[in-house]
Structure formats: structure tokens, C-alpha cells
Design a protein around this ligand. Structure first.
Ligand code: ADP
Ligand code: MG
Length: 398
């Protein structure tokens, strides 16, 4: 991917535990007790299904957030990040209040709050973070930050929590303390993914399964294209889509749209004719859950190339039915497909952020260049392009 390296975190290789330990020591004047890592993620397929009790299939990126941490006995929480200005943020853990803390420190502070609210014996700590997860690109730097923090505290205070419990604590922190109404996918991906796999998560009962995803072994690459745009209508549109899906479920008399089968879809759409805007949302959710199952069937059968058209169909559904794409995301998908990609789709919440592109290894550089050139010709910012290598979930480094 020559031509992209200089400006972008193309490899996702972390700064290294040594660097982060040194930074911790420089900030706090002593060595950390340990270093923990949690990854960013991309969602292979299953978009906006998570708040409909549906299916998602994320994979962890090699891009990680490292947390160096040491416990404190005085109930003080000190937070510092190489990725944020403003120096050390110092808080008292017994004074943490939902939505009162602004800025980036709300994410890690929210973890301490959520653990204490759950009755867990967690005290103060000093924390320093370094990250190679791009922020605000739809790759879930927020969940990486949360889960790295949760895992560090889990070890510092010998809480003995399972990865999925840490993910639920992280979601609670983001929902209630930070005030962002996200689903459970991002935190589960950061906590539970394993190398060489995508993670099939049923967001109704939170059961999950590791699905083999051996891109390199099959001569394939999965590119992530960060468009570097985030259109402002994003948050309101998310709430609107969510409310529309809930309206659809209520009108159909089901607990969630997850309960509408593909076979029942035509009938459901007819029933919803009197609910403007809702049928298209329902069609996306129902067909998207089917696509997740079809992608998994392909991967289980070792037919990775066959997922390409399913990814592309997912994009069309998000663009036309869910109406959350944008010109930049459509340009990535259209250009990549015209240049020979096997499949491509926007990933994440929509209105900007990143797209994923499945390509033959030999075609990766050419397709990347085609996308970059198309962006230049359209007058867009230069996109950041890197490879999504299915990587490990959160773990302790030292
Ligand atoms: P995404 O999760 O898609 O990257 P969000 O808006 O959910 O986007 O989260 C991004 C926010 O998370 C940043 O604005 C910042 O507040 C916080 N954040 C993430 N990683 C870090 C980090 N390493 N250091 C400081 N803040 C971070
Ligand atoms: Mg986020």
C-alpha cells in the first residue's frame, strides 16, 4: 500500500509495552504494575442489528489501546493519555457521577463507576494510555479504551471477571456514565475476539462463537478505508433509526425485529404499510440478519471469496433501505468494486467513518490506489487505508 504509509497507522503495530511503561513512569514517577491491551474492531457484517436483538460478526484489528496501570490506596483515579491534550485528569472515585464527567476521561472513569455500582471492590488507580486505534473512524477506539481499562482493573483488584462480563461493564459505562446509547457489539469484540477469527455474537442472549476467518491463508486481504468524514447528522439519525425499528417491532407484535424471519418478511412489510419509513428499516434488519448467517455458512465451509457479494448486498441495504451511507462511503464501495474488489460495504454507524473492502492479495495495492485517486478527483480528503488482520481480543502484555 505504498503511498499511504506515511500518513496513516497502516500496520496498527502498537508503540510497544516498553514505550507505554516508560511513558507511565515519566508521568507518575514509578513503574506500572502491568500493561494491558485491547483492540479496535471492524464489523464484517451485521450493521444496526445489535439493538434489534440480532446478529453481528466483528473482528478485532491489530490496532490496539495499551493501558499501563498501578493501583492506589487513597480512592484517587488519575488518567493520562498520549492521545489527548490536557495532562493528567485527577478524580475521586467516590465522587463519580453519571454524565457529569466530560471529555475522554469519562470513558475510563465510567469503568470504575460501573464496577463500583455493580458492587465490585475496585479502588483508585493511576493509568496511562497509548493507542494506535484511530479515534472517531468507526473502529471503536472508545470500546478499546474502556475494555483495556476494565481488564487492567480486573487484574489490579483481582476481580476475576470473565471477558463477557467486562464487556457488559464497559457498555454500561458508555451508556450510563458517558451517555452514549451504544449496543454491546464493540465491547464484546474488544474483550472476546481471537486471532484468525471473526466473532459471531447473538445480541439477544450474548452467546458467541469464534468463526474461522483465514484471509492470508486464502490469498485474500480485507482493507479498511477510513473516509475521515463524520457527518453531523450521525447521532440524531441513529436515534431515529433505532426508534423506527422499535416502532416496527411494536406494530408487528414482536419483542424485537430479530423475531421476524426472512420467510415472514413480505407479510410483515404489508402489515407495516401504514407506518411511513418503517418498512425499509425492517427490511434492512431482517435481510441483514440473514446475511450474517450466510456469511458464517460461507466461512465455516472455507468459502471466504463467496462472502464478497453478501458484503456488497449489505452496503446496498444500508444505502437504500436504512439510508445511512454518504457520498464518500458510496465512492469507496463503487470504486473498489469497479477496480475488481470481491465485495465492499460501509461499516459502523454510518454517515462517514470507514468502509471495508475484500480483495485478492495481488489486487490490494491497485484497488487502494484507485480509491485514493477517486477521492482526490472528487475533492475529498485523502482516505486512510490499512489492512484488517483478524487479531486477538483484550489481553495482558506484562
Ligand atoms: P470510535 O469509538 O468509533 O473511535 P467514539 O466517538 O465512540 O468513536 O469514541 C472516540 C472518543 O473516545 C474520543 O473522542 C476520545 O474521547 C475517546 N478515546 C478513544 N481512544 C482514546 C485514547 N487512546 N485516549 C484518549 N481518548 C480516547
Ligand atoms: Mg465508539
Amino acid at each position: 500500500m505504498a503511498g499511504h504509509e506515511a500518513a496513516t497507522p497502516t500496520t496498527g503495530r502498537p508503540h510497544g509495552a516498553r514505550h507505554t511503561a516508560d511513558r507511565f513512569a515519566a508521568v507518575y514517577g514509578a513503574a506500572p504494575t502491568g500493561i494491558w491491551a485491547a483492540p479496535g474492531r471492524v464489523n464484517l457484517i451485521g450493521e444496526h442489528t445489535d439493538y434489534n436483538d440480532g446478529f453481528v460478526l466483528p473482528l478485532a484489528l491489530p490496532h490496539t489501546t495499551l493501558a499501563a496501570a498501578a493501583p492506589r490506596t487513597d480512592g484517587v483515579l488519575r488518567l493520562h493519555s498520549g492521545g489527548a491534550d490536557g495532562g493528567v485528569v485527577e478524580l475521586r472515585i467516590d465522587a463519580l457521577r453519571p454524565t457529569a464527567q466530560g471529555g475522554w476521561a469519562a470513558y475510563p472513569a465510567g469503568i470504575v463507576w460501573a464496577m463500583r455500582e455493580a458492587g465490585l471492590p475496585v479502588g483508585g488507580a493511576d493509568l496511562h494510555y497509548d493507542s494506535t486505534v484511530p479515534t472517531g473512524a468507526g473502529l471503536s477506539s472508545s470500546a478499546a479504551l474502556e475494555v483495556a481499562t476494565a481488564l487492567a482493573l480486573n487484574d489490579l483488584y483481582a476481580l476475576g471477571l470473565e471477558p463477557q462480563r467486562l464487556a457488559r461493564i464497559a457498555q454500561r459505562a458508555e451508556n450510563a456514565f458517558v451517555g452514549v446509547p451504544c449496543g454491546i457489539m464493540d465491547q464484546t469484540a474488544a474483550a472476546c475476539c481471537t486471532e484468525g477469527h471473526a466473532l459471531f455474537l447473538d445480541t439477544r442472549d450474548l452467546t458467541h462463537r469464534q468463526v474461522p476467518f483465514d484471509l492470508a491463508g486464502e490469498g485474500l486481504r480485507l482493507l479498511v478505508v477510513d473516509t475521515r468524514v463524520k457527518h453531523e447528522l450521525g447521532d440524531g439519525a441513529y436515534a431515529e433509526r433505532r426508534a423506527g425499528c422499535e416502532r416496527g417491532a411494536r406494530a408487528l407484535g414482536v419483542r424485537a425485529l430479530r423475531d421476524v424471519s426472512g420467510a415472514h418478511l413480505p407479510e410483515a412489510l404489508a402489515e407495516l404499510a401504514g407506518e411511513p419509513g418503517v418498512p425499509a428499516l425492517v427490511r434492512h434488519i431482517v435481510t441483514e440478519n440473514q446475511r450474517v448467517e450466510e456469511v458464517i455458512a460461507c466461512l465455516d465451509a472455507g468459502r471466504t471469496r463467496a462472502i464478497g457479494p453478501l458484503l456488497t448486498a449489505g452496503h446496498a441495504s444500508l444505502r437504500d433501505d436504512f439510508a445511512i451511507s454518504c457520498p464518500e462511503l458510496d465512492l469507496v464501495v463503487d470504486t473498489a468494486l469497479a477496480a475488481g474488489a470481491l465485495g465492499a460495504r460501509m461499516t459502523g454507524g454510518g454517515f462517514g467513518g470507514s468502509a471495508i473492502v475484500l480483495v485478492e492479495e495481488a489486487a490490494a495495492a491497485g484497488i487502494g490506489t484507485a480509491v485514493t485517486e477517486a477521492f482526490a478527483a472528487a475533492g475529498h480528503l485523502e482516505p486512510r487505508i490499512f489492512e484488517a488482520v483478524p487479531s486477538a481480543g483484550a489481553h495482558r502484555l506484562q
